[in-house]
Design a protein around this ligand. Structure first.
Ligand SMILES: [Zn+2]
Length: 425
């Protein structure tokens, strides 16, 4: 499995990307396939290198369902079809899907007064990075006595990693932490939108809903919607499918390290790559990305303060609630039974509004190995009670380019899940 992943990643290195006149990568004519190699994984390995396919995601959890989602450029479609692999088409034209996401919308800022909540219309469209920062400021000023803007270090290109800290009646820094990280993988745009929606609901309902008030009175929330700002900006200016940060390294022209394979715990194991061109490149040394240093330092501070009750690293896509561990498929956390039941019931709550089904279970056994991932570090080093990763909508039809009209429904269903979780964890 490992070598297959490396091959896919190496293949993605060789892609000759086409650019439009604004310098943006053109994905017109790319098809996305879900390939189920079955017994012929070895052949698949041997054949894929020449396809210049882009590695989107894969599921290693169950052998019979093991599959890989790959984007194949138009010039290699006939070669791919000639391989006669067991596959289904997820997307006929990735370029058309990107167009369906909609243009980035204007955000005027809170128009009423400093104390007014921003409009929910924020969740009808995707927005530019700077507007995300303005939105966060507006949320904060609408809840000024129970919140503050925070930063968690700086990105490789020098941008502050910005977030918000919310608290309740006990005052600032008085309770165990709920710590959320969004958009560590740059192309997973729905993750920052959902994290912002959860923030919005906490702020909007604190004073008029006793249940929501109880969440903030019990926990301090530290919420960072976009922890990979350089990568996120790059997806908006240049390459919609960029995943990693934008870190350069000596001795290679390849750019970017996977910040979620860079955590300094079980860093050099299965499920990360030593190849700088790989989508899961883990870095030269454990914890050597500025973004990891920033979010890890904040997490360490929270752990050494009142402790971390819940950490969630927000991702897309696949619809999974993933508990520890990622580094090993056999290691078991001490509170695994409680984690299992909480995850299952959270999934049931998520399904209530629209019937969206989430699969739950330990990361490695359910999805794939992830050495150097966040939830293992937060669980074993920070002693968080629950260190999770959640993969949001969808299961592959739109993948990373989820249409804008699914932002609000995704937020609504996840809020249902989080209300269950905050009340029962
Ligand atoms: Zn991700």
């Amino acid at each position: 499995m490992k070598s297959l992943h490396l091959l896919l990643s190496v293949a993605s290195l060789a892609v000759a990307l086409r650019l439009d006149r604004r310098g943006k990568v053109v994905y017109d004519g790319y098809k996305i396939f879900r390939v189920t190699p079955g017994e012929s994984v070895a052949d698949f390995e041997a054949q894929l290198e020449s396809l210049e396919a882009i590695d989107l995601t894969h599921n290693h959890g169950h052998v019979e369902e093991e599959h890989f989602d790959i984007a194949v450029p138009p010039e290699n479609l006939s070669a791919f079809e000639g391989l006669n692999l067991t596959s289904e088409v997820l997307t006929d034209d990735l370029g058309a899907d990107i167009a369906l996401e909609g243009e980035l919308a204007e955000y005027p800022g809170s128009e009423l007064s400093a104390a007014a909540l921003p409009s929910l219309s924020w969740f009808n469209a995707y927005h530019a990075y700077d507007d995300h920062l303005t939105f966060l400021k507006d949320i904060q000023s609408s809840f000024s006595s129970n919140s503050e803007l925070i930063t968690a270090g700086k990105s490789f290109e020098g941008r502050a990693i910005q977030g918000i800290h919310l608290w309740g009646s006990g005052g600032k820094d008085s309770k165990p932490a709920v710590y959320f990280n969004g958009n560590v993988h740059a192309r997973e745009w729905i993750s920052s939108k959902v994290v912002e929606y959860l923030t919005y609901q906490l702020v909007a309902n604190y004073n008029n809903d006793t249940t929501v008030k109880s969440f903030l009175d019990k926990y301090d929330f530290y919420i960072l919607p976009i922890v990979n700002p350089d990568g996120f900006l790059y997806t908006q200016t240049t390459n919609r499918l960029w995943r990693k940060n934008r870190q350069t390294r000596s001795g290679t022209s390849a750019i970017g390290t996977d910040v979620n394979r860079n955590w300094p715990y079980k860093w050099d194991g299965e499920g990360s790559s030593t190849s700088p061109g790989s989508e899961t490149y883990r870095g030269v040394a454990a914890g050597d990305t500025p973004e990891n240093t920033g979010i890890r330092t904040l997490g360490d501070q929270l752990a050494n303060g009142n402790g971390i009750k819940l950490y969630i690293d927000w991702h897309s896509y696949g619809q999974y609630i993933l508990t520890p561990y990622g580094y090993s498929c056999s290691a078991v956390v001490s509170n695994q039974a409680k984690q299992n039941s909480l995850a299952k019931n959270t999934a049931s709550a998520i399904a209530k509004p629209y019937g969206t089904r989430f699969t739950t279970g330990p990361t490695c056994a359910t999805l794939y190995a992830t050495a150097g991932g966040s939830n293992d570090y937060v669980t074993d080093v920070n002693k968080a009670e629950y260190g999770w990763a959640i993969e949001l909508r969808d299961t592959g039809r739109n993948g990373f380019t989820l249409p804008a009209n699914q932002i609000l429904p995704t937020g609504i269903e996840i809020w249902e899940g989080m209300k269950y979780l905050f009340a029962n964890m």
